[in-house]
Design a protein around this ligand. Structure first.
Ligand SMILES: [Mg+2]
Length: 320
């Protein structure tokens, strides 16, 4: 796991405040504009966040289909159909329903799956071409640009899937933070949902990244002025594959950020076209993460724009 982000940025912006107040109290002669600019707060909003959905965006199938469902001897089609029918009949949240049903089925079949087993299942998750190299490639691209000096790329995952399975995947180490649904083991007879990340709930985590409040225990609702938020929405790109990503894409698009929709390389682009035509995303592309692909090219185009914007703001911050 890469460092839990946020605390560094918070510390940075706290320092200049004390300096400003002591300047007011000091009896030194007034500063020239140049001197004032020199001691001005350094421009800190140089992090760019790439935020990914998991199922259908990084991996072709929902993560539960690689090991959990086969272990129970249930086909994915039957399992999801039962979830949908049950959630509708009971007017229950579909995500809570799937989390409950997975363990109810396991119990019925006498299959014990604990936390360590779920983490181990992460090893079976497959990815679209190039995903495992993508994080390094993007970081190398940014590092190669002179204009991007000091720009930090952070990858985040926001998923309705399971934290435990994600932890076991080969790509887990690349994320600055992972926000996903999670079980509470040994709380009750069956593991109980500890956290459920719904489609609209995903937007909470975009605000957490934006405000630097990435600890689940940090209260997210208090007002924070824009200038104190470490990663502006305009420094974020969201990657998703469908309807469940609409709230996140809409939030970023309305606040100057960017979104890219992906579709399976061998699948239909219909949903992506729909999202694009509705103004939900800047681009769509086949989920091919290899350098030179449309997805790589369009992502780096957006990065070029963000890097230029950061440089312009940084240049301006030193004036006046
Ligand atoms: Mg998805």
């Amino acid at each position: 796991m890469v460092e839990r982000a946020g605390s560094k940025d918070r510390n940075k912006r706290m320092t200049p405040r004390g300096r400003e107040s002591s300047d007011v109290l000091s009896r030194e002669p007034a500063l020239t504009n140049r001197q004032a600019a020199e001691i001005k707060k350094p421009f800190t909003k140089k992090s760019i966040a790439l935020v990914y959905d998991f199922d259908g965006t990084l991996s072709p199938k929902p993560m539960q289909e690689y090991a959990f469902l086969p272990k129970l001897g249930i086909t994915a089609k039957d399992f999801w159909a039962e979830c949908t029918a049950l959630a509708r009949a009971e007017r229950a949240d579909p995500l809570i329903t799937y989390m409950h049903l997975m363990y109810k089925k396991a119990k019925e079949k006498g299959v014990r799956i604990d936390r360590a087993d779920l983490v181990a299942q992460g090893r079976d998750v497959e990815f679209y071409p190039g995903v495992e190299q993508w994080f390094g490639e993007i970081e190398a691209y940014v590092a190669s640009k002179i204009q991007a000096d000091g720009v930090i790329i952070k990858h985040y995952l926001v998923s309705s899937g399971l934290t435990e399975i994600v932890e076991g995947t080969s790509i887990y180490k690349n994320f600055a933070n992972v926000f996903a649904s999670e079980y509470w083991f040994d709380a009750y007879d069956l593991p109980f949902p500890k956290r459920v990340i719904t489609d609209t709930g995903k937007t909470q985590y975009l605000f957490r990244i934006n405000k630097g409040l990435e600890d689940y225990n940090d209260s997210i609702n208090a007002h924070m002025p824009e200038e104190l938020r470490p990663i502006p929405f305009s420094n974020m790109i969201y990657f998703g594959d469908g309807e469940t990503d609409v709230p996140s894409m809409a939030l970023l698009k309305k606040n100057g950020g960017a979104a890219i929709a992906v579709h399976a390389p061998d699948g239909s682009a219909e949903k992506c076209v729909e999202l694009f035509n509705a103004g939900r995303c800047d681009f769509y592309a086949s989920a091919d993460y290899r350098p030179g692909s449309d997805l790589y090219r369009r992502t780096t185009l957006l990065l070029d724009r963000m890097i230029a914007d950061i440089r312009i703001k940084e240049e301006g911050a030193g004036l006046g």
